[in-house]
Design a protein around this ligand. Structure first.
Ligand code: MUC
Ligand code: MG
Length: 374
């Protein structure tokens, strides 16, 4: 008899962050995860995570909306389906719901986690095998205060936890943002790479002006300087400057990747499993980038351990990952809902080696942090 999906739960989990995290569009004082638990008739449970940044300020899906989509539409479509056929289950979800990529990503992760546990292999093995067992991880300096950011970077360099720092800018006037970035780069010198993420905050003229100054200050990479819809503008900026331009919000799936590649709009793609509707969508996006000679980078939606490790299994299978990753989400959280949190050392994140994701939920913490128990 087929092994079928018997239940799917989506749980909102509110976790405190270690400090406020300031981005162009929101300041995070905490993070909300949507944890998915998917059970099958053979008794195996898979877990997944859908997490976004700042409610609805980053993208079209909010944590509450993700839970609603799963509870109302996606879970009912999965119940009774073959739990061992991930592509089959995802095809059904794509038939009953357009978009909703974050929600679908969490469900795909849960299906893959369960199938890995069923077969007794890590998720990366299920995907064909990891080509690396550790991923370089940068850290985002986003306290909002230049001196505090420098202090934080110095400590993390000394601890050998991170040697690349991404600065979130776009809140202040271009000149003030550049002064902040340049001060940090001057303090760290050649001991660290410094990148910036503008999160679409600039118009094209600001972009040209800001990037010229950032390039002169020795910044290594400029992420999503202008609106995601302005692909032609992004192409003009990419052609104008030597410093590489990375597309993040502009590249969700393989179709965006094709168009950006055609336009020459980005030197680097930020891959995220949530943006692409899951690991397989992320891998298809990466394949387009690869074919177009575009460098790849493993992005994050600041997920907790479950979403971060899901992405890590996918990123570990990529032959090319020239810009490393930013999979530091669990380090921004004071606490999490897994028994063993991911290991970070020597500037890298290591994959757990257990079956599936290699993680187990901590039931006490889940009970403590779930929103519906408050
Ligand atoms: C983004 O836009 O890249 C990644 C790191 C961080 O601090 O925020 C995210 C989202
Ligand atoms: Mg970004």
């Amino acid at each position: 008899m087929a092994t079928t999906i018997t239940s799917v739960d989506a749980i909102l989990v509110d976790l405190p962050t270690i400090r406020a995290h300031q981005l162009a569009m929101a300041t995070m004082q905490q993070q909300t995860l949507v944890i998915v638990r998917l059970r099958a008739s053979d008794g195996i449970e898979g877990i997944g995570e859908a997490t976004t940044i700042g409610g609805l300020s980053y993208g079209e899906e909010s944590p509450e909306g993700i839970k609603l989509a799963i509870d109302t539409y996606l879970a009912p479509a999965l119940i009774g389906q073959d739990a061992t056929n991930v592509h089959g289950a995802m095809a059904r979800l794509n038939k009953v719901a357009r978009g909703n990529r974050f929600a679908k990503s969490a469900l795909e992760t849960a299906l893959l986690d369960a199938q890995g546990k069923r077969l007794g292999v890590p998720l990366a093995t299920l995907l064909g095998g990891a080509v690396r067992d550790a991923l370089p991880v940068l850290w985002t300096l986003a306290s909002g205060d230049t001196a505090r950011d420098i202090e934080e970077a110095e400590r993390l360099l000394a601890e050998r936890r991170h040697d690349t720092f991404k600065l979130k800018i776009g809140r202040r006037a271009v000149r003030d943002d550049v002064a902040h970035v340049a001060a940090i780069k001057r303090a760290l010198g050649d001991r660290a790479r410094v990148t910036v993420d503008v999160n679409q905050a600039w118009n094209e003229a600001d972009g040209a002006n800001g990037i010229a100054m950032l390039e002169a200050a020795g910044i290594d990479l400029i992420e999503q300087p202008i609106a995601r819809e302005n692909r032609v503008g992004l192409a003009r900026l990419a052609a104008r400057f030597v410093v590489p331009i990375m597309a993040d919000e502009a590249v969700t799936g393989p179709e965006d990747a094709m168009e950006l590649a055609r336009l020459g709009a980005a030197d680097v793609f930020a891959l995220k499993i949530a943006k692409s509707g899951g690991i397989f969508g992320m891998l298809r996006t990466a394949a387009v980038g690869d074919a177009a000679g575009i460098a790849l980078y493993g992005g994050t939606m600041l997920e907790g351990s479950v979403g971060t490790i899901a992405a890590a299994h996918g990123f570990c299978t990529l032959p090319q990952l020239a810009w490393g990753t930013e999979l530091f989400g669990p380090l921004l959280l004071k606490d999490d809902v897994v028994l063993e949190r991911p290991a970070y050392r020597d500037f890298a994140l290591r994959l757990p080696d257990g079956p599936g994701l290699g993680l187990a939920l901590d039931e006490d913490k889940l009970a403590h942090y779930r929103r519906d128990c408050a």
